[in-house]
Design a protein around this ligand. Structure first.
Ligand SMILES: *[C@@H]1O[C@H](CO)[C@@H](O)[C@H](O)[C@H]1NC(C)=O
Ligand SMILES: *[C@@H]1O[C@H](CO)[C@@H](O)[C@H](O)[C@H]1NC(C)=O
Length: 219
């Protein structure tokens, strides 16, 4: 009996691998426009590529020939490029304020983590300018408020309140911040579900890549 189960499991896994690669092979790549990135597994363009060509959470869409991704806690970002080998998704903020993206993004709601190592930084919002080494973040500041990104140990001046402490890849620097994509890169990890495949459930579980592929979080 045990041998039978073992054989069924082996058979199942062989089938699993074949269905997985077959499903991926039947997924032609797509792009939003001629010079847009090639979209393929684990991503897909909603409405243009079949559901089984992707993993949940990896859905993209086209807006005016531009490839976009919706970030649950922030909004829509532009997909600049995807490196499938390096597992890097490079993005651009259409509102051209990556530090606002860093402030509001909650990647725990997504399959992604930052491509670059992150560190805790404190966003502070001040009624008067701080004199010293910190540079205010122009896209978050106004005539009567000044936002700075400081190390988490930085003593908060009385004219400032803490907006939030967040783990972000880069602190603000006027030299690095000319473009709207600096540091805005994500990575992802996928695993295939294991050991849930038994002979009995073969037909259901081995039929779809989308069911078998999952992502996991971790660094
Ligand atoms: C999108 O691309 C098509 C074909 O290249 C072009 O005709 C159309 O004007 C473009 N639309 C926008 C909004 O750029
Ligand atoms: C900073 O404070 C100003 C004025 O109180 C407010 O309008 C603005 O939204 C605040 N900015 C952030 C990033 O919290």
């Amino acid at each position: 009996m045990d041998v039978f189960i073992l054989i069924m499991k082996l058979f199942c896994c062989v089938l699993l691998l074949t269905t997985t690669s077959a499903a991926t092979n039947n997924c032609p790549s797509a792009k939003c426009s001629l010079f847009s990135p090639d979209i393929r597994f684990p991503f897909r363009i909603q409405g243009r590529q079949p559901l089984q060509c992707s993993v949940p959470g990896f859905d993209l869409f086209c807006r005016q020939n531009t490839t976009m991704i919706h970030m649950p806690s922030y909004g829509d970002l532009v997909v600049r490029s995807i490196s499938y080998d390096a597992r890097r998704l490079s993005l651009l903020d259409p509102k051209t304020c990556v530090y606002e993206v860093f402030l509001n993004l909650d990647l725990s709601l997504t399959p992604f983590s930052y491509y670059y190592a992150v560190e805790q930084y404190k966003y502070i919002n001040c009624s008067a300018q701080i004199v010293g080494s910190s540079e205010r973040v122009p896209c978050l500041s106004g005539s009567d408020h000044h936002v700075y990104i400081v190390e988490s140990s930085f003593p908060v001046p009385v004219s400032c309140s803490v907006v939030r402490t967040v783990a972000i890849p880069f602190s603000y620097s006027p030299y690095l911040s000319a473009d709207s994509s600096f540091g805005l890169g994500f990575t992802w990890k996928l695993v295939e579900e294991e050991a849930t495949c038994s002979g009995r459930m073969l037909g259901i579980l081995c039929s779809s890549t989308r069911r078998l592929q999952k992502y996991f979080k971790g660094n």
